[in-house]
Each structure stands twice: as structure tokens, then as C-alpha cells.
Design a protein around this ligand. Structure first.
Ligand code: PLP
Length: 382
């Protein structure tokens, strides 16, 4: 048996998504910028995808721009805010994905903006009181860039509250929603956000296709220079099949939202209970309440000499999970997120992340393997 519990790193493409992509890999190949019928066919399909994304978020299709990835969308939001909107300060957190934190590092190193780090507690929750204090002290244009859900520990910020605070202080808000698109019911008519980002491969769409939402009142210019694609906002011939797949994937995610959420949440709770029953001194990193992201469970195993090889042993038993961040899977460089929440370095943090395709049998299989690898409660006690 092979069990894939690394869905926060990437999800498998769904069959439904693959089916809509295939014709655009072969017969519908026209360049969407071309005015002939070949181009018109692919242009129409891209515009359908844009409407699918806009419908899912309750915004206008004119506010959606396709990118190559969540990474590009996040770079664009932050760098273009500084370049085009006179932003002088960026408030961010120590637990952001590297595509945000390395971007803010770059701004700081090149004296392009002053970076302020928000306090987070030992569950990875953002200190919104601290945000209010910072925003009250700073008197120059400010961008707040905070992630909606942490990709390593699943802790979430109350995005509506965050938007309210930024609005009250006249700050722009960029939210890295790469982990929550498809897993959270956004309503951008109600929640005032300037930028958010998404990535198709996190919700059973293809890799290499992402998008940025830019609120209609927020006027930035292109990040990538070249042709007039994406209404002059993102040059480069479109990744058509990627975009078309992303559109179908987001539509499917929200068409079955409650069903998928209930299924995944029940499996996460089941795994928490089974771990607590089966393994001595098990702990969890981050927030595991119902306010956290239901696809992610970060488990903290007791100190042991087996820790170093835990992920490897899971892998040879057919189980894919991740240590720390998705993007550094396999490379044990230590997690900046677990460091920031002051997780015990002697304990091993493993992230298990679920999808709508995960089954209870798979969780049972993982628990049985963990019992043999790290020792079950009974064997530990004896
Ligand atoms: N932001 C978060 C929170 C992520 O988890 C990831 C990917 O793991 C990204 C951004 C980057 O997205 P992409 O893989 O599309 O570049």
C-alpha cells in the first residue's frame, strides 16, 4: 500500500481536471493572442477559467490575473506595491512561506522598504493587537502581508478581522491564500483585501498555473515585461492547459466544498485521536482546533534516536509525509516556522496533510506503521 499524506506540498490532478485539459494539449493549440479561430478558441477557454476563479471568490473576472505560480503572485503583490504604490513599510510575520519572506528580505537588503515582523504565539497565531500597535505607529504607506493559513502547521488568521484592521488604518492587505483557496469560503465582496494569491496544484489542478487577485481599486503595473497578455499585467504566452485546469479545479473544489471539508476534517480528527491512543507523549504543533486548516496536521513526536530516520522510515513503508515546509521536503534544513513558534528541537515534527482522496484505511495503515517505527504505547510502557 502507498499512502500520500503530503497534500500541502502538492495534490494529485483530478481526472475531471485532466479531461478538460487534454484537448488544449493537442487539437486546441492556438495562441490565445491570435485573432484567428484557433486563437479565439483558446482565448475563450482562458476567459471561462477566469470566470470560474472569480465566481469561486465572488469578485469580478477583471480582478483575476493568471501567473505561473503562487510564488509569482506573491512576489508580484509585494514588489509591485512597493514599486507602484509608494509603500514604504511592510508588516509581515516570521512564519511566512519563503516566497514571501525572501521577497521582504530582498526589499530590506536593497533599502526599498522597512520590514516589521509581527509577533506570533506558540501556536503560530498572529498577534493582531501588535498589528494595531504597529499600524498606529507607522505614518507612511504600509502593506500588510500575512498568510491566511500556515503551510506547515495549519494555523489560520481571521482574515475578515485582518481586513477590518487594515482598512481602519488605511493599510493595504496582501494575503497569501495559497493553502486556503479551495478550502475556505471566500467572499471578496464582503472582505476588503487588495491582493490574494492562488496556485492550481494545491487544489487538484495542474502545477505551473497560479493567479493573483488584485482589487479593482488597487492599480499596479506588470511585474513581468513583454507582450500584452493578461491585459498588460503579465507578459508571456499563457499556460493555457494549466489555466484551464486551474479553472475547472477551483470550480470543482467549491461545488463540493462541504462534502470535502467534512470528509477531510473527520479524517484529521480521527488521526489525532488514533495518535493519542497509540503513541506515548504525542503532541501537535500549531493550532489543532476547528479554526485551523483542516488539511494539515503537524505532529510532534517525542525525542528519540529514531527521529532522524522517521521520515525515511515512513517513506520506505510507502508513506509520503513531510518534515516542515512543503517546498523543502526531503532536505532537513530545520523549519523556520517551528523555530518561530519555539517548538522543541529535540522532538521530530512531521506534517501529514490530507485531501478529499484520503481514506480512513490509509490513516489506519499509517498509525500501524508508526506504532512499529516509533513504538506503540504498550511497547513504550513495557
Ligand atoms: N505560499 C504558500 C503558503 C505555500 O504553501 C506555497 C507552496 O507550498 C506557496 C506559497 C508557493 O506556491 P507555488 O508552489 O505555486 O509557487
Amino acid at each position: 500500500m502507498k499512502v500520500y499524506l503530503d497534500n500541502a506540498a502538492t495534490t494529485p490532478l483530478s481526472d475531471e481536471v485532466l479531461q478538460v485539459m487534454i484537448p488544449f494539449m493537442k487539437e486546441n493549440f492556438g495562441n490565445p493572442s491570435a485573432i484567428h479561430s484557433f486563437g479565439r478558441t483558446t482565448r475563450a477557454a482562458i476567459e471561462t477559467a477566469r470566470k470560474q476563479v472569480a465566481k469561486a471568490l465572488n469578485c469580478s473576472p477583471a480582478e483575476i490575473f493568471f501567473t505561473s505560480s503562487g510564488t509569482e503572485a506573491n512576489n508580484m503583490a509585494i514588489k509591485c506595491s512597493v514599486r507602484d504604490l509608494g509603500i514604504k513599510h511592510v508588516i509581515t510575520s516570521p512564519i511566512e512561506h519563503h516566497c514571501v519572506s525572501h521577497t521582504t528580505d530582498y526589499l530590506e537588503e536593497n533599502h526599498l522598504a522597512t520590514i516589521h515582523l509581527l509577533r506570533v504565539n506558540d501556536k503560530g497565531q498572529m498577534d493582531l493587537q501588535h498589528l494595531e500597535e504597529l499600524l498606529s505607529q507607522i505614518n507612511e504607506p504600509t502593506l500588510v502581508s500575512l498568510m491566511h493559513a500556515n503551510n506547515e502547521i495549519g494555523t489560520m488568521v481571521d482574515i475578515e478581522k485582518l481586513a477590518e484592521i487594515c482598512s481602519k488604518h488605511g493599510a493595504l492587505l496582501h494575503c497569501d491564500t495559497v493553502q486556503t483557496i479551495g478550502h475556505y469560503p471566500f467572499d471578496l465582496q464582503k472582505t476588503k483585501i487588495n491582493f490574494l494569491s492562488g496556485s492550481g496544484h494545491k487544489f487538484h489542478g495542474p502545477k505551473g498555473a497560479g493567479f493573483i487577485y488584485i482589487n479593482a481599486d488597487t492599480k499596479i503595473k506588470s511585474f513581468i515585461h513583454g507582450g500584452a497578455q493578461e491585459r498588460n499585467m503579465r507578459a508571456g504566452t499563457e499556460n493555457m492547459y494549466g489555466i484551464i485546469g486551474l479553472g475547472k479545479a477551483i470550480e470543482d473544489a467549491y461545488a463540493h466544498f462541504d462534502e470535502h471539508k467534512n470528509h477531510i476534517l473527520s479524517l484529521k480528527k480521527y488521526m489525532i485521536t488514533r495518535l493519542q491512543e497509540s503513541i506515548e507523549d504525542i503532541k501537535f504543533n500549531g493550532d489543532i482546533s476547528d479554526n485551523s486548516l483542516y488539511t494539515v496536521l503537524s505532529v510532534s513526536f517525542p525525542p528519540s534516536d529514531k527521529n532522524e530516520t522517521l521520515l525515511f522510515n515512513l517513506d520506505i513503508n510507502g508513506i509520503a509525509a513531510s518534515a516542515g515546509s512543503a517546498c523543502s521536503s526531503g532536505a532537513d534544513t530545520g523549519s523556520h516556522v517551528l523555530n518561530a513558534i519555539k517548538a522543541d528541537p529535540a522532538r521530530k515534527g512531521i506534517r501529514f496533510s490530507f485531501s478529499r482522496y484520503t481514506t480512513k484505511e490509509e490513516i489506519d495503515f499509517v498509525i500501524e506503521k508508526l506504532k512499529t517505527i516509533v513504538g506503540s504505547k504498550e511497547t513504550v510502557a513495557s
